[in-house]
Write a protein that binds this ligand. Structure first.
Ligand code: CP
Ligand code: NVA
Length: 326
């Protein structure tokens, strides 16, 4: 199997080793302490990138994309290059998956060539299967179920803005989708209160809500799932939204426009949050749908910091899973 030990050793700031899962598939797989270490490492990578320029020297990351991407593709390819390695983009028609080669065979073959696999897939079971059959680390670059890389970068961003995570209230408004699920897990693990305001019929997965409540109980934090956006954002420190129709749901876009009426994050909704609240969005965004231009382009918005932190957070993930000892 792959390396089990995360390496956090930097020239000047040696840190204790912690045991990490072999793969980065869901935030739910990680302990609070492991996520805290990853976020700390992401901060250090951002402050001191040169200290990590050999961390993945000579290593190759295969990047499987079954869906389009701007941020994930460019930040992973740039990130592995900055760590001394290289990335290989494998688009939907570049490999044999779409012609019936199995996930298991794809994982086994790639493991003979590369040092890590990043995959953006439709069904979450595809990334789970890749991890089950690969002998190198597998990183989930988004599935229909979750988007853990995004939320690791988002937690890094929140921590930068507030200087802490514990005790903050994080409100997510919109579809109970992959973003909602990772936000719920990430907040519950890191001691934030989380509130999800969703339209009727678009709640997060009930099992995710149940598990989130279990995780939150450890920290004594609140988990609120409501059909009232105003209730969700009241006194929030963070207001987050995402597209109403995710990749693969294009056929439902018109119907969703109607069903999500009243869930736009606009200045009136932001006024219910704390005056110090920040606005977040994983991007890509649709101004005039899930968020008004005044909010996403306004002073509370940190969306481009989030996008930047994808690079640093994912370098932290690659160093932890694939990195060599200095
Ligand atoms: N936020 C995000 O994952 O963006 P991409 O779809 O462009 O990778
Ligand atoms: N929920 C969106 C997230 C994009 C980063 C999607 O899956 O398309």
């Amino acid at each position: 199997m792959t390396r089990l030990t995360a390496l956090y050793t930097t020239p000047n700031t040696p840190q204790p080793e912690v045991r990490m899962p072999n793969h980065f598939v869901s935030l739910a797989d990680f302990s609070t302490e492991e996520l805290r270490k990853l976020i700390e490492l992401a901060h250090d990578v951002k402050r001191n990138p040169r200290a990590y320029r050999d961390s993945c020297e000579g290593q190759t990351l295969a990047m499987i994309f079954q869906k389009p991407s701007l941020r994930t593709r460019v930040s992973f390819q740039t990130g592995i290059y900055q760590l001394g390695g290289q990335g290989i983009y494998l688009g939907p028609t570049d490999i044999q998956l779409h012609r019936g080669e199995t996930i298991a065979d794809t994982a086994a073959v790639l493991s003979r060539y590369v040092d890590g696999i990043m995959a953006r897939v439709f069904g979450h079971s595809d990334v789970v299967d890749l991890a089950a059959h690969a002998s190198v680390p597998v990183i989930n670059g988004l599935s229909d179920f979750n988007h853990p890389c995004q939320v690791l970068a988002d937690l890094q961003t929140v921590s930068e803005k507030f200087g802490r995570l514990e005790g903050l209230k994080f409100a997510y408004i919109g579809d109970g989708n992959n973003m909602a699920h990772s936000i719920m897990f990430g907040c519950a693990k890191m001691g934030l209160h989380v509130a999800v305001g969703h339209p009727k019929g678009y709640a997060p997965d009930a099992e995710v809500t149940r598990r989130t409540r279990e995780m939150a109980a450890v920290h004594g934090t609140a988990v609120q799932v409501t059909e009232s956006p105003i209730e969700a954002v009241t006194d929030a420190d963070v207001v987050y939204t995402d597209v109403w129709a995710s990749m693969g749901q294009e056929d439902e876009a018109a119907e969703r426009l109607k069903r999500f009426e009243g869930f736009e994050v606009n200045s009136a909704l932001m006024a219910a949050a704390k005056p110090t609240a920040i606005f977040m969005h994983c991007l890509p965004a649709h101004r005039g749908e899930e968020v008004s231009a005044a909010v996403i382009d306004g002073p509370q918005s940190v969306v481009f910091d989030q996008a930047e932190n994808r690079l640093h957070a994912q370098k932290a993930i690659m160093i932890s899973l694939m990195g060599r000892r200095h």
